[in-house]
Design a protein around this ligand. Structure first.
Ligand SMILES: CC(C)(COP(=O)(O)OP(=O)(O)OC[C@H]1O[C@@H](n2cnc3c(N)ncnc32)[C@H](O)[C@@H]1OP(=O)(O)O)[C@@H](O)C(=O)NCCC(=O)NCCS
Length: 282
């Protein structure tokens, strides 16, 4: 296969300067010690969705504003929406209340005229929000559009991680992403599971993707799974058990079909070695 490194793409200078100035302003507002993230989220979304208006309250209270428009305006304020994780019994209410406005801002930005598939602005915008939401966010975090996290505050992200479009990071039980992890389009990483007998019986288990792991298109990694360093989970696979370092696992349930050519001798073994009690390490 040919090596195809990413190209450099430019946008007009005045546009880039406006984007940069806006992100710098937003970054300073978010980082201020007394920052009100609920107000910042509401105001930012108002500007993104209603560029011709300057006064949110005035528009909301104007008797000629139709009810549907009022509902839409109200929903720009994170106080006025509920997000699914708020209904989970194990949510840390205080931690979630803190990050909720930024999760809402992230999600609504993705659907705004400025966001969505706009890579240049979108990657920088999400890179700005992520360190305020995640437990840890390393440098150069790169996230494309329509990715979704559950709690956000249970995510531990290393350096140079890439999250592609429509990825679900369910960090309810915690997710750790090592350095240079790459998660491809439509992949799902879970960290909670339900009993087959009683759906209310929930088990949270941290899912760990070690350094240099690649989870490819539409794959799913189930709760509590550890994908070893440099391992790969193939397209549409379901990783139900640990994946050994440098192994390429495919299928449902995902099993090793290959070991990467750069694997150290100890990783080349096809013998299944448990990573933790009860795990056969597929
Ligand atoms: C994991 C993957 C790389 C394997 O590719 P490969 O090493 O070329 O594997 P092969 O085509 O030689 O297939 C080996 C065997 O595994 C099977 N197989 C390969 N990928 C499979 C998959 N995703 N699911 C189920 N079976 C798969 C093949 O059918 C073949 O089976 P056979 O020996 O019975 O015929 C590939 O399936 C994959 O998922 N690619 C995703 C693309 C990618 O890199 N995405 C990341 C973008 S950021």
């Amino acid at each position: 296969m040919p090596l195809l490194p990413l190209k450099t793409v430019s946008i007009p200078d005045p546009t880039r300067e406006t984007f940069d100035a806006w992100l710098e302003e937003l970054g300073s507002r978010l980082a201020a010690p007394d920052a009100d993230w609920y107000a910042i989220a509401r105001d930012t979304l108002f500007q993104l969705y209603h560029p011709g208006h300057t006064d949110y309250i005035e528009l909301l209270e104007d008797p000629v504003t139709p009810l549907a428009a009022k509902a839409s305006l109200l929903a720009l304020d994170p106080h006025n929406v509920t997000l699914e994780p708020e209904y989970y019994a194990d949510v840390d209410t205080e931690k979630f209340a803190r990050v909720k406005p930024l999760l809402w801002l992230w999600q609504r930005f993705d659907h705004s005229p400025a966001g969505g598939t706009n890579v240049h602005l979108g990657v920088q915008f999400r890179r700005l929000l992520a360190p305020h939401i995640f437990a840890r966010c390393g440098r150069n975090f790169k996230c494309f559009q329509f990715a979704e996290v559950s709690y956000g505050y249970n995510l531990d992200v290393g350096d140079d991680v890439v999250i592609h479009r429509h990825v679900l990071l369910d960090d309810r039980g915690g997710i750790t992403l090592g350095d240079r992890v790459s998660i491809a389009d439509y992949a799902n990483i879970y960290s909670h599971t339900h009993s087959i007998d009683d759906q209310r019986d929930v088990t949270n288990a941290r899912t760990v993707l070690e350094d240099d792991v690649r989870i490819t298109y539409h794959a799913t990694v189930l709760a509590g799974t550890r994908v070893g360093t440099n391992a790969m989970v193939g397209a549409c696979a379901v990783a139900t058990r640990d994946v050994r370092p440098y192994h390429v696992n495919v299928g449902i349930p995902a099993r090793s079909i290959a070991v990467k050519s750069d694997a150290p001798p100890e990783a080349r073994s096809t013998k299944r070695v448990p990573h933790h009690e009860g795990d056969s390490g597929f």
